[in-house]
Ligand binder design. Structure first.
Ligand SMILES: [Zn+2]
Length: 351
């Protein structure tokens, strides 16, 4: 008999996704009854696009003392700098205004400092916006650190729709990759007796289907594209929170992607790469990889190694040893032989 696992689930208290959501940030912060000083973390670009506007609103409509710190990089050194800044300036809330790097630094620095953070994404390139894990560069490559979920996520659909389409499509591809992660989870359950969480699985599947069932809308309305991908990334984050790990949204396709990132020095967008790898891993899983390929093509996302400038030799080398990258049982099992990798690449048209 499987033992019931009791543990807490950490979720954001507020998810505010609408047009001109920025304008309600002062009232949202009041409703959360936050105290102390605020630190806005942004990049030069995200500050110009959104941070400055939010700063003006907070200064005009609240009595909070708002500090601003700019960064571009998600490194462990930057996390330490932010933590020190928080302590020196009695900061009680971090506003993360920007992309994945800014969010990850805010997530980990606020966790280490035991304060809250609010996520205000300016791009939708992957599903880490509301997850509890932070991807931070340490000792030369990105590592996943346990951090905390934001207390609130603000999705200003007008701003998000203005971000480069490539990023939003990359986020859409990251959502499609959930299908491969779900297959891997079921595979691990069958062969290794891993517990399945059906609620997390359904939520993860819904996140992927929000893209798959709305391809035409995604391609024809930039506002709806931003709204659909934002909601999908939120529900994918929820699936991970409910599962208590990234398993519902990160299977063999993400494992190989981590290996490629290291081999290729992070040359590709995370979502684009995971979307492409989903064709490959779903072929191995004997799942409907053809459907995934059709959807990726319709969204003009990469479907071949050449689309992402990945040499076949490097792909084979990384994939052959991908089972050593992390301790998560997937379709890769204890390794795939070179011949099987080449065959899958040829059969799927990836080379
Ligand atoms: Zn991902």
């Amino acid at each position: 008999m499987t033992q019931v696992e009791w543990r807490s689930i950490e979720l954001p208290r507020v998810i505010d996704a609408k047009r001109n959501a920025f304008e309600s940030i002062p009232s949202l912060i009041s409703s959360l009854r936050l105290k102390g000083n605020i630190l806005m973390l942004s990049s030069p670009t995200s500050h110009r696009l959104a941070g400055k506007k939010i700063l003006d609103l907070l200064e005009d409509e609240t009595s909070f003392n708002v500090h601003v710190l700019e960064t571009r990089v998600a490194t462990i050194e930057m996390v330490r700098i932010v933590k020190k800044y928080v302590e020196d300036h009695a900061v009680m809330t971090i506003l993360a205004v920007g992309g994945g790097s800014i969010t990850d630094v805010a997530k980990l620095a606020s966790y280490y400092s035991k304060i809250t953070f609010i996520s205000i994404p300016t791009v939708l390139s992957h599903d880490g916006i509301a997850s509890v894990k932070a991807s931070i560069m340490s000792n030369g490559y990105k590592q996943s650190f346990t951090a905390q979920a934001p207390i609130a996520v603000i999705g200003d659909i007008d701003l998000l729709s203005q971000s480069p389409a490539k990023f939003t499509y990359s986020g859409a591809a990251d959502l499609i990759s959930n299908l491969s992660a779900i297959e891997d989870w079921k595979h691990a359950s069958r062969l290794r007796g891993k517990d399945l969480n059906n609620y997390a699985i359904e939520l993860s599947r819904i996140s992927a289907e929000s893209v798959i069932n709305n391809v035409d809308i995604l391609n024809h309305s930039i506002l709806d594209r931003a709204g659909i991908v934002f909601r999908g990334l939120m529900s994918s984050s929820m699936a991970m929170a409910i599962a208590g790990s990234s398993v519902p949204a990160s299977g063999s396709e993400h494992t190989i992607s981590h290996g490629l990132d290291r081999a290729l020095n992070y040359q590709n967008l995370h979502g684009e790469q995971c979307g492409l790898l989903t064709i490959f891993t779903m072929y191995l899983q004997q799942a409907d990889w053809k459907m995934v390929k059709v959807i990726l093509k319709k969204l003009e996302l990469p479907t071949t190694l050449a689309d992402l400038n990945i040499e076949t030799d490097i792909f084979v080398e990384v994939t052959e040893s991908a089972h050593l990258i992390r301790d998560r049982y997937t379709i890769i099992g204890s390794g795939i032989p070179k011949e099987a990798i080449i065959k899958a690449l040829k059969k799927t048209g990836m080379i």
